[in-house]
Design a protein around this ligand. Sequence first.
Ligand code: FES
Length: 137
Amino acid sequence: MRKLTIEELLSRVGYSAKAIKLYMDKVNVGSIENPDVALTYTGLPCGDTITIYLKLGKNWTIQDAKFEYKGCVGTACSGSALTMLVAGKTVKDAWNITAEDVLKELNGLPERHCAELAVNALHKALEKLEERNRTKT
Ligand code: FES
């Protein structure tokens, strides 16, 4: 019997073609040198961890966003979708990104909390960024 490919396996457990492509292409996986903020967040219930890196441009616009992760495929493709969604947005607009937006971008996920993990990590990173800015002024 033929072995299933990773793509076929992921499709069978409920990942969309888009989510699988982001995962296989490792979209935005990595770090940013001298980011404006880097934040590591561990979520529940799995203990999967994601680190978000953001680089700002003019007027607090997110110029570049990358992530590293330790965890499931859902965390990986949520990180890719999230970093795609935040790129080009102002910090203020990035606050409005929700787990629903990430799920929509991925055409759904087998586990919703993977998207929540990524969005929670983003919100913690934005909080850190704003907090640092407040103490500077
Ligand atoms: Fe728990 Fe993805 S973070 S299954």
